[in-house]
Write a protein that binds this ligand. Structure first.
Ligand SMILES: Cc1cc2nc3c(=O)[nH]c(=O)nc-3n(C[C@H](O)[C@H](O)[C@H](O)COP(=O)(O)O)c2cc1C
Length: 209
C-alpha cells in the first residue's frame, strides 16, 4: 500500500517536472525570435539617432563586419556595421559591452566617424537601478549625449574618467559605478577603432561589401 502510494507520487512528480521543463523550453523557443526582433528594432532606432540619414544611403545592416570573439567586452563573436554614402564608409557602429556596470553588463552601440570622432553612444540594454544608474538612457537624461564629437585626440587619456576619478565626465548623484563603466567602455571602443581602423573602414571588409 505504502509502496504503491510512493510510486504513484513519484510518477506524478516526475511527470510534473517533465511538463514544466517542456513548457519552459517551448516558451524560450517561442520568445527568442521576438526578443531578437526587439533588439534589432532598438538597435536600428539608436543607430538612426547617432548616424543621421544624410550620412548614409544604404541600410546599416547591409554591411556587417564580423568582430572577433573577445573584443569590445564580448566573449562571443559579434557584428559591427558600416554606414556608407555613395560607396564610401562614413562611419562604423561597434557593439560594445561594459562588463562592470553596477548590476552586470551594459550593452551599448558606439558610432565612430571615419576620422575617429564619436558620432554618438546609446545604451541598448542594462539592468542598472532605476533612479540611480538609469540616467544613461536618453529618456532619463542627456548624459549619454556628452560623448558625441569627442575623440582620443580631443580628450587626453587621463580625462577619460568620471570627475570623481579626475576625468571630465559627470557622474550621477549617488551613482558613480554606472557612468564609470560606460566611460571606460567608450574609451576602449575608440582604442579598438584606432587599432582596427583599416579593416573597419575598408569597403571590402564587409561580407556583402
Ligand atoms: C540598492 C542600491 C542600488 C544602487 N544602484 C546603483 C547603480 O545602478 N549605479 C551606480 O552607479 N551606483 C548604484 N548604487 C550606489 C553604489 O553602491 C555606489 O555607492 C555609488 O555608485 C558610488 O560609487 P563610488 O563609491 O565608487 O563613488 C546603488 C546602491 C544601492 C544601495
Amino acid at each position: 500500500m505504502l509502496l504503491s502510494s510512493i510510486r504513484t507520487n513519484s510518477l506524478g512528480l516526475g511527470l510534473f517536472a517533465i511538463l514544466t521543463a517542456a513548457a519552459i523550453a517551448l516558451t524560450q523557443v517561442w520568445t527568442a525570435p521576438r526578443i531578437e526582433a526587439n533588439r534589432t528594432a532598438a538597435a536600428t532606432r539608436a543607430l538612426d539617432e547617432i548616424i543621421p540619414p544624410s550620412a548614409h544611403d544604404e541600410p546599416f545592416f547591409a554591411h556587417p563586419l564580423p568582430i572577433a570573439a573577445g573584443s569590445l567586452g564580448y566573449e562571443q563573436e559579434t557584428t559591427a556595421y558600416q554606414a556608407r554614402l555613395q560607396g564610401k564608409v562614413e562611419a562604423v557602429i561597434l557593439p560594445v559591452s561594459a562588463p562592470d556596470g553596477y548590476s552586470g553588463a551594459i550593452e551599448l552601440v558606439v558610432g565612430i566617424w571615419a576620422d575617429g570622432r564619436l558620432a554618438g553612444v546609446r545604451v541598448l540594454q542594462h539592468k542598472e537601478t532605476p533612479g540611480l544608474g538609469d540616467k544613461i538612457e536618453t529618456r532619463k537624461s542627456d548624459w549619454i549625449h556628452s560623448f558625441a564629437g569627442l575623440s582620443l585626440t580631443a580628450v587626453p587619456e587621463q580625462a577619460w574618467a568620471v570627475k570623481k576619478d579626475g576625468g571630465q565626465f559627470d557622474q550621477f548623484t549617488g551613482a558613480t559605478i554606472t557612468p564609470r563603466a560606460i566611460v571606460h567602455a567608450v574609451e576602449r571602443a575608440l582604442q579598438y577603432f584606432n587599432h582596427q581602423r583599416a579593416k573597419l573602414l575598408s569597403a571590402e571588409a564587409s561580407k556583402d561589401g
